[in-house]
Design a protein around this ligand. Sequence first.
Ligand SMILES: O=C(O)CCC(=O)C(=O)O
Ligand SMILES: [Mn+2]
Length: 239
Amino acid sequence: MNLKMTKEYESRNPNPNEGGKRQSIDLGKGSEVVLIPRFLAFDESWKWFDYLNKEIPWTRPTIRVFGRSCVQPRDTCYVASAGLPELSYSGYQPHAYSWDEFPPLKDILEAVHKAFPGSYFNSLLLNRYKGGNDYVGWHADDEKLYGSTPEIASVSLGCDREFLLKKKPSKMSQDKRVEGEPPSKRSKKNNHSDQHSFTLKHGSLLLMRGHTQRDWVHSVPKRAKAEATRINLTFRRVV
Ligand SMILES: O=C(O)CCC(=O)C(=O)O
Ligand SMILES: [Mn+2]
């Protein structure tokens, strides 16, 4: 964030640091989420929102889920560096646009790299939720092309939406059940919760890393009250 952006932000927000600190959430067993609620300056984020809303060639593809064809319940677009293996998910192979076609995306990418020194993202899946009926169901971004411990940085613009994380049922914890033991006694033997919810606000960044894609699923559920559009940028590294 440059000085001008910070000043602009402060002039609209009397307590710019309140609630805006980076939070790191240890999910246990090598999974971690980092949330930076005010990653991008407020006004600049609206400029990016308007640019992306207008300029990105959004599509709503037909995908296959549990053997059935359905229209993906949100708009999407894919941007990737040249020469990477092609992305394919739910029977759909998006066209890979180049970063040069959308220069502002390179600025956001640079800000993400600065926030996480040592990170390196070379692809971006964009989502546009045109209201509360648009959503993404429970899934993990565990495609082979992201390697064994994918790092995913997710920037949100526009309407606030809830982001949920839920632990995958683990074989270990099922195996450890003692026959006849009441459920209360079977409950967690550590301090980690099995569900988390975050409100992803305009200008926020959420990073998932470690074993989060192996051990957890995430979703952005339908929300009747979310009337406005939200744009989400998920930066990923194809290895
Ligand atoms: O919109 C979001 O916050 C999440 C999107 C997502 O999970 C994905 O594109 O894989
Ligand atoms: Mn995802």
